[in-house]
Each structure stands twice: as C-alpha cells, then as structure tokens.
Design a protein around this ligand. Structure first.
Ligand code: FES
Length: 85
C-alpha cells in the first residue's frame, strides 16, 4: 500500500495480487492512515481500531467503521499510474 496526496485528498494505491486499486487512505471512522495498516488479500485492516475494508469495493466489513471507503478509477500506462479523483 502506498499513500499519495492528490490535491486535498489522501489516496492509497494498493497492489492486490498484481492488480492496482485506489481508495481514500483515511479511515472513515476517525483519521487513521490506512496505508499504515495491514493488508490481507483485498482487505485492509485499520491500524487504530481494527475495522476492515475491502479495497476493491470500499465496503466496511466490521465496526466501528460503518461508512465505506471511497474508491477511485485507476489506469496504468507504462510506468505511470493515473487515478481519477
Ligand atoms: S480510525 Fe479506523 S477504525 Fe477507528
């Protein structure tokens, strides 16, 4: 997982089995940086209160977070990664 700032947004790029996905990197519960959490398959675990999110769908899988993560379209061209925010 790799966090980047795109304007006002903090977005993370996540490599799931060789395919890249982009989501907000700030947890929807409080302000933890999910890019410093733990990734298992496509599920990231928040380092602060351990809510889990699917980075492909954004779905919040367990409390305390209930709001899904925002996901973004992403495209790779050569060595460049473009995120649609
Ligand atoms: S800040 Fe992520 S679950 Fe609380």
């Amino acid at each position: 997982m790799y966090a980047v700032e795109l304007g006002e947004k903090k977005v993370m790029i996540v490599n799931v089995d060789g395919k890249l996905y982009a989501t907000d990197s700030v947890c929807t519960h409080e302000t933890a940086d999910l890019s410093t959490g733990f990734l298992t398959g496509s599920v990231v675990t928040c380092p602060l209160h351990l809510s889990r999110f699917d980075v492909i769908t954004g779905e919040a899988q367990n409390p305390p977070a209930t709001v899904p993560l925002k996901t973004y379209g992403l495209k790779v061209e050569g060595t460049s990664v473009y995120v649609q925010v």
